[in-house]
Write a protein that binds this ligand. Structure first.
Ligand code: SF4
Length: 514
């Protein structure tokens, strides 16, 4: 048992739902207790899809457990087939149904339906949502890709684009961006899957010359199988950021055996100039903490360091399947990766590091809000506002533009940051106020400017502050005050100083700046 308040990922059958909902002509029959239909809301409310997910739940109740739940399941499959007439059907169990062991795959096959039946074995007590999505996609690809499908001939090189799914962070707009980019490189897109693909499309996967994996969490297992079965190479560079997009273009051109068109060789993003322009000078060296799924966290770290001049002080993921990749990336920045799905561990590290900016998921947004640190969202899990109406990719050159604006927005603008250090007592632009471009609603209350609670920051609170030292501390601009307080307290504690004076404050400052 583990006491859990927030989870970064849902159970694996939600990952399977993300694949079914992304596709056309596929139906999923899920053996699940009454109440599991809550997952529909992820798609209809958070992602704001205008149709129900193609999922039939058996919704068994306590009284059904005394009867034959297997019959209940078979009836649900037969009725779903009759009603929805899918081209393929997926069957599986949710966590509770896994315990009653009704064997959805065997039961569905016994019905002899005239369409492919894909049985999913998703161990709900060991694995999570992304693994469930990857396993489901892999099973579907195996079941539906036609082994006799011939490679296309003539014309431009052709690729499949794999990974975009329902409930994916910006997947909708990334696909638009990347298919357009591929067209400009001179490559045709055969099948995009699972998003928008039907079983008939999946049968054509073997026609393509190579596969592009945009979201490794979802598509790398399937891509490995396609590599073995159809001898299709995989482009694995994820084009998030200007540098990564250029690498992506080069890799696609190499695998496709073509020259990169001259106009694409030059960057088409505004990010490089924006981050080189003098207004961005004050961004240099800002300390950033990054957490999310592995793909987005690794990409964000590269952009932060190489394209915005930030210092990466923390990097981590909740996706244990990709821990190795994140550890390798963290080593590039001389830090140790944080691999955890416990948000309290994330909060403790953010609290200890006191970064200038947090880039993370919806959870980190809450953590950063509590600690009074600016934050931007870079990865799922996300809330409804991160399925925006406007075009907002993360990938490609336009994605880099979106990223520049999104990450810089929460920070205090340069002039205001500078003025605050000189005129702290202004009634409106005081050191206690939040960045004025964020409006009053974003004003940080004094409570949020305090160091973290003892629970999340066990080391913080041991020394007393003399009144003049507290006054001196308040001269430090609010966005670094928490860090100054914590460093001073640590300095005092290490030296057995019970009362922090102005002198201690400056000794600590000298100590940590040296
Ligand atoms: S079966 Fe799984 S998803 Fe459904 S309520 Fe129980 S724990 Fe949640």
């Amino acid at each position: 048992m583990r006491l859990t308040l927030w989870t970064y990922e849902a159970p694996p059958h939600v990952g399977a739902m993300r694949i079914a909902t992304a596709m056309e002509g596929v139906h999923y029959v899920l053996h699940a207790p009454q109440g599991d239909t809550y997952a529909d809301l992820l798609f209809t409310m958070i992602e704001r899809q205008s149709k129900r997910p193609p999922v039939t739940y058996t919704t068994f109740q306590a009284r059904d457990l005394g009867g034959d739940t297997a019959v209940l399941f078979k009836t649900a499959v037969a009725e779903a087939y009759e009603r929805f007439q899918p081209q393929a059907i997926m069957v599986g169990a949710s966590c509770t149904a896994e315990l009653i062991q009704d064997d959805p795959g065997g039961l569905a096959r016994a019905l002899n339906l005239p369409i492919p039946v894909v049985a999913l074995e998703l161990p709900s007590y060991q694995k999570k949502e992304n693994w469930g999505a990857a396993e489901t996609f892999y099973r579907l690809v195996r079941a539906l890709a036609d082994p006799a499908c011939a490679r296309h001939t003539g014309g431009r090189p052709r690729c499949n684009v794999l990974g975009p799914a329902a409930l994916g962070f910006r997947h909708r707009d990334d696909i638009t961006e990347i298919t357009d980019l591929l067209d400009r490189i001179g490559v045709d897109v055969g099948v995009v899957a699972p998003l928008g693909a039907s079983p008939a499309d999946m049968a054509r996967l073997g026609e393509a010359d190579f596969n592009i994996v945009l979201y490794p969490e979802i598509a790398s297992t399937a891509a490995r199988w396609l590599e073995r079965t159809f001898h299709q190479p995989t482009v694995a560079t994820v084009p998030i950021g200007v540098g990564a997009t250029r690498d992506f273009i080069a890799e696609v051109a190499r695998v496709a055996g073509i020259e990169v068109p001259a106009e694409l060789a030059a960057s088409a993003s505004r990010l490089p100039w924006y981050s080189h322009s003098v207004d961005s000078t004050y961004l240099t060296g800002k300390r950033v903490f990054i957490f999310g799924d592995a793909t987005h966290a690794i990409a964000a770290a590269r952009i932060a360091k190489d394209e915005l001049g930030f210092t990466v002080v923390g990097l981590g993921t909740y996706g244990r399947e990709f821990a190795r990749e994140v550890r390798e990336a963290a080593a590039l920045y001389g830090i140790e990766a944080l691999i955890t799905d416990d948000y309290l561990e994330v909060e403790a590290l953010v609290s200890e590091l006191q970064p200038d900016l947090v880039l993370g998921t919806q959870m980190e947004r809450h953590i950063a809000k509590r600690l009074g640190i600016p934050c931007a969202v870079i990865s799922a899990p996300v809330h409804v506002q991160d399925f925006p109406a406007r075009h907002s990719p993360q990938m490609g050159f336009e994605g880099a533009n979106v990223i520049f604006d999104t990450w810089v927005h929460p920070l205090m603008m340069g002039l205001e940051e500078h003025l605050l250090t000189m005129f702290r007592d202004d009634f409106e632009f005081s050191a206690e106020a939040a960045p004025s471009h964020l409006g009053h609603a974003a004003a940080a209350s004094p409570a949020t400017l305090q160091p973290a609670t003892p629970q999340s920051a066990p080391e913080s609170d041991t020394s007393d502050w003399a009144p003049d030292a507290e006054r001196e501390l308040r001269k430090v601009p609010f966005f670094v005050r928490g860090k100054a307080r914590r460093n001073t307290e640590r300095f005092a504690r290490d030296r057995g100083i019970a009362l922090i004076t102005v002198e201690t404050l400056y000794h600590a400052k000298a100590h940590f700046s040296s």
